[in-house]
Design a protein around this ligand. Structure first.
Ligand code: SPV
Ligand code: MG
Length: 292
């Protein structure tokens, strides 16, 4: 049985809708994603690596990422799309990965066709080695066979465009992964305009919907993505960690410059807002009720 969520990604996608999924790196950022009104949480490997002060190059273990995701699931009711990178090993490891993430409350996993250890996709000149197609098909088949709830989504991520292998290989891989049982295909691009992705989507002749992460090509607005009519999920890949870094850099610089916190309050939420997020009202109620 999958964790009950306030929204159902499979339903949104099956009804021809486009789910808007925002990245988070910890339970608090996941809570803010939920309050903002998104349809799901992207448990991003990039964001969590960055939050640990690390590069997104397979340094984070499955246990660390899973614990973080489980902590998010405990604080929010949105569905979580778990970024499990390469699946933490081969098809045998994927069997275990999918079982663990479904049990921990994820609604979907995204598994990418890169070799372990992977290198983050958007970095210029990154090493981008891909698995042979048949081997990755085995990993997707393993993922499909490991899930318990048929509503749990297995998303196969095609990195052929990131690796510079061109559209025809990207389409060939996407078709092979659909044939292996993927519910959706995530196709990633680091081109600065939407052209590469729009061309892929126009030429996509499979029947499963596409997932995109338009970080590098921000002109791909939601309305432009919807107009393509094949996008089932749009992921905002790293805006939580970038917003957090922006906020902290600005406030810390101001405190250093001013020699104190006398002006910083104008730029940050009051402590009462943190109390609200921590549910201190609930703590007070519980104190009145239970403490003797
Ligand atoms: C992530 O957020 O971890 C992703 C998206 O996988 S990207 O960093 O753009 O590859
Ligand atoms: Mg990732």
């Amino acid at each position: 049985m999958m964790r009950e969520t306030s929204k159902n990604l499979r339903e949104i996608v099956a009804s021809g809708g486009m789910a808007r999924v925002m990245a988070a790196h910890d339970p608090l950022s996941a809570m803010l994603v939920e309050e903002a009104g998104f349809d799901g949480i992207w448990a991003s490997g990039f964001e969590f690596s960055a939050a640990m002060g690390l590069a997104d190059v397979s340094l984070i273990s499955m246990a660390e990422h899973l614990t973080n995701m489980r902590n998010m699931a405990a604080r929010i009711s949105l569905p979580i799309v778990a970024d499990v990178d390469t699946g933490y090993g081969n098809a045998i490891n994927v069997l275990h990965t999918v079982e663990q993430y479904e049990a921990a409350g994820a609604a979907a996993v995204v598994i990418e066709d890169k070799m372990f250890p992977k290198v983050t996709s958007l970095v210029a000149g990154g090493r981008q080695d891909l698995l042979p197609i048949a081997e990755f098909q085995g990993k997707i088949e393993a993922a499909v066979s490991a899930r318990k709830d048929p509503d749990f989504l297995i998303i196969a991520r095609v990195e052929a465009l990131i690796a510079g292998r061109g559209e025809s290989e990207a389409l060939e891989r996407a078709r092979a992964y659909e044939a292996a049982g993927a519910d959706l295909i995530l196709v990633h691009s680091k081109q600065k305009t939407p052209d590469e992705i729009e061309s892929f989507v126009r030429n996509w002749d499979g029947s499963v919907p596409i997932v995109i992460v338009p970080t590098a090509y921000p002109e791909m607005t939601e309305s432009r993505a919807k107009a393509l009519q094949k996008i089932g999920i749009l992921i905002y890949g790293n805006h939580a960690i970038r917003a957090a870094v922006t906020g902290m850099q600005q406030v810390f610089a101001r405190i250093i410059k001013d020699g104190g916190i006398q002006n910083a309050n104008e730029d940050i939420v009051p402590v009462s807002e943190i109390f609200r997020l921590q549910r201190m009202d609930q703590v007070k109620e519980n104190e009145a009720r239970f403490l003797r």
